[in-house]
Design a protein around this ligand. Structure first.
Ligand code: LCV
Length: 259
């Protein structure tokens, strides 16, 4: 049974995350299904892809499946992690991808939404970046991704507070491209997708890759990268990291001691 529904109509592909019981957590099964849907739509002639939750979802996605995080002493977000893989796939896709957001977005699912090229939300949408809630050391590409989209100050507030950013504030900050009433969200998104689908796919493919290459052109010395990775090891080798995951599973507030 697939955790996503896939549709293709008028050159517009839609991937509906359809595991509301588990709040569309991005576990390996969900990610596999999204990747399969992506490949199907790309080969099926889609000109643009919309990623969304099922209608009425209170949670667009609860992010990485915390049950799939390593308990300790292993990088929780390695290059081949399912969530990290889907982020790269969306960013490198030759097709423009639209995140249609109804409901709250948590943790790595924020990175998933921000990996899309255009974000359209309804007033109840929100974005919360939660590594500090469970003492996870986010990875360098992800952090650069947030800085590039929202700037250092907003990225710091999101990572430090783990508090949801409202749709209204996200739109004012340019994180959401459009904020539309819930009853217009689907029609508005399809209309914009339709405008894209009739334009030159080659030109769009090239400009998407140009923007990706230029936006990611951060010369990072080996020393800087090693320093970043060393800082991350401090966290995922820490008692706090194990405590963050244990507390979530035991449904209690974590008690962090900073080591
Ligand atoms: C597994 C879950 C999850 C979940 N995993 O419903 O960005 S990073 O670095 O942090 C990265 C590692 C990452 O993405 O980590 C995950 C970040 N996600 C979060 O911190 C969101 C955690 N979830 C919540 O805060 C709440 O579940 C929300 C506010 C999303 C929904 O609250 P609500 O009261 O509506 P419950 O909390 O009761 O959740 C329903 C079921 O889904 C599970 C949760 O454990 C519960 O399971 P049971 O029914 O077995 O009790 N669940 C929710 N999120 N990310 N499982």
């Amino acid at each position: 049974m697939s955790f996503v529904l896939t549709q293709l109509s008028n050159d517009i592909g839609t991937i509906i995350m359809n595991n509301p019981e588990r709040l569309n957590v991005l576990n390996s099964a969900m990610v596999d299904d999204i990747l399969t849907a992506f490949a199907l739509l790309e080969s099926g002639g889609a000109r643009v892809i919309i990623i969304r939750s099922s209608a009425g979802a209170k949670v667009w996605s609860a992010g990485h499946d915390i049950n799939e995080l390593p308990i300790a002493d292993r990088d929780p977000l390695p290059y081949d992690d399912p969530l990290v893989t889907i982020l790269r796939t969306i960013q490198a896709s030759t097709l423009p991808v639209i995140a249609m957001i109804e409901g709250s977005v948590w943790g790595g699912a924020c990175d998933l939404a921000l990996s899309c090229d255009i974000l359209i939300g309804s007033p109840h949408a929100s974005l919360a970046m939660t590594p500090a809630k469970i003492s996870v050391p986010y990875n360098a590409t992800g952090i650069l991704h947030f800085i590039g989209i929202m700037g250092v100050n907003i990225a710091k507030e999101m990572f430090f507070s783990a508090q949801p950013l409202t749709a209204e504030r996200a739109q004012k900050l340019g994180i959401l491209n459009h904020l539309v009433p819930l009853d217009e969200l689907e029609s508005f998104t399809l209309e914009l997708a339709g405008c894209i689908a009739i334009n030159s796919p080659l030109s769009i493919r090239v400009v998407k890759e140009q923007i990706r290459l230029l936006a990611n052109a951060h010369p990072l010395s080996p020393q800087t990268f090693e320093r970043v990775q060393g800082l991350r090891r401090l966290v995922y080798h820490s008692d706090d990291y194990a405590e963050g995951i244990r507390a979530f599973k035991e449904k209690r507030p974590p008690i962090f001691n900073g080591s």
